[in-house]
Design a protein around this ligand. Structure first.
Ligand SMILES: Nc1ncnc2c1ncn2[C@@H]1O[C@H](COP(=O)(O)OP(=O)(O)OP(=O)(O)O)[C@@H](O)[C@H]1O
Length: 252
C-alpha cells in the first residue's frame, strides 16, 4: 500500500532581486508502507528541501503530497504541527535535543505536547529504551552524554509516537563509524518490524542499509537503485558506482 505519494513537486526559492532558484523541479515518487528509502545527491541537489516538504516544515510551490490519504499541501500551520507530532518521527544530524530537559523528558516531549497520560509514555519507553540501550542514561541530560548516545535518545523521541513515517536527515552525519553502525542496526530492526523510513544521507555506507536509494540531481530524481536480494557489500558497491557516475558524467 502506498503510504506517501508525491506528484510533480516543485519548489522555487527567491534569492536576491528577481533571482529564482528551482530547488525541486518535478519530483514524483511513492513510498510503500514498510519501505526503507535513502535519498542521495550532491550538495545543493535538493535533498533537504524535499525532506522538509515531506515533513510539512516547508510547502511546495506546486504539486501534491499525500501521506496516508491525507493531502498535506492543504494543511494550515497549526494542523501541520499536530500532524507532524502524531504521524511523523524525526532524527536530525545534530540531534536537536533540549539541554534543559532530562533525556527521558526529551523522549516524552512529543507525547506531552499531545497530552498523553504518563502511564502510556512509560509503557512505550520500556521496549524502546531496551532496544536502543539507553536505560542507564535516561535520568541524565543531553550535555552529559556522548554523540552516539544523544542520537539514540533522539531516535527514541522519534519512535515513541509510533510514527507512520520516520524521517531522518543525515542521521549518522555526526557519528563515528561504531555509533553509526549501532544506530543503523536499530533502523534495520525497526524496518524489519514494519517501520517505514525515509532518510537523506551523504554516506553510501548508510544508504546501503536501505531497501532502495533515490539519487537526486539538480532538483529531479535522476536514478534509482533497489537492493533486492543483493548483499550489503554488493548494494554498497552499486551505490558508489552510481554516485561516481552522477558526479563525473553530469548526465546519463
Ligand atoms: N531558503 C532558501 N532560500 C534560497 N535558496 C535555497 C533555500 N533553501 C535551499 N535553497 C537552494 O535550493 C537548492 C537545494 O538546497 P538543499 O538544501 O535542498 O540541497 P541539499 O541537497 O540538501 O544540499 P546539502 O547536501 O548541501 O545539504 C540549493 O541551490 C540551495 O542553495
Amino acid at each position: 500500500m502506498s503510504l506517501l505519494t508525491l506528484r510533480h513537486i516543485r519548489r522555487a526559492f527567491v534569492s536576491g532581486k528577481n533571482n529564482q532558484i528551482m530547488a525541486l523541479k518535478d519530483i514524483s515518487m511513492e513510498v510503500e508502507t514498510g519501505d526503507y528509502v535513502a535519498i542521495m545527491g550532491e550538495s545543493g541537489a535538493g535533498k533537504t528541501t524535499l525532506l522538509n516538504i515531506i515533513a510539512t516544515l516547508d510547502q511546495a510551490s506546486s504539486g501534491t503530497i499525500i501521506l496516508n490519504n491525507k493531502d498535506l499541501s492543504q494543511l494550515s500551520e497549526k494542523k501541520a504541527a499536530k500532524f507532524r507530532r502524531q504521524h511523523l518521527g524525526f532524527v536530525f544530524q545534530n540531534f536537536n535535543l533540549l539541554d534543559t530537559f532530562s533525556n527521558q523528558d526529551n523522549i516524552f516531549l512529543p507525547l506531552v505536547l499531545d497530552r498523553q497520560p504518563l502511564k502510556i509514555m512509560q509503557q512505550r519507553l520500556i521496549p524502546l529504551a531496551q532496544q536502543l540501550e539507553i536505560n542507564d542514561i535516561l535520568n541524565r541530560y543531553p550535555y552529559e552524554i556522548s554523540g552516539g548516545q544523544r542520537q539514540r535518545i533522539a531516535a527514541a523521541r522519534a519512535l515513541i509516537t509510533h510514527p507512520q513515517l520516520l524521517l531522518a536527515d543525515e542521521p549518522t552525519g555526526a557519528l563515528d563509524s561504531q555509533n553509526s553502525q549501532r544506530l543503523l542496526q536499530v533502523f534495520d530492526q525497526i524496518n524489519q518490524a514494519g517501520q517505514t523510513i525515509l532518510m537523506v544521507t551523504h554516506s553510501a555506507a548508510t544508504a546501503a542499509h536501505s531497501r532502495r536509494t533515490l539519487f537526486i540531481k539538480d532538483g529531479i530524481i535522476y536514478h534509482e537503485l533497489f537492493r533486492g536480494q543483493q548483499s550489503e557489500a554488493d548494494y554498497l558497491r552499486n551505490i558508489n558506482n552510481s554516485l561516481s557516475a552522477l558526479m563525473t558524467t553530469g548526465g546519463e
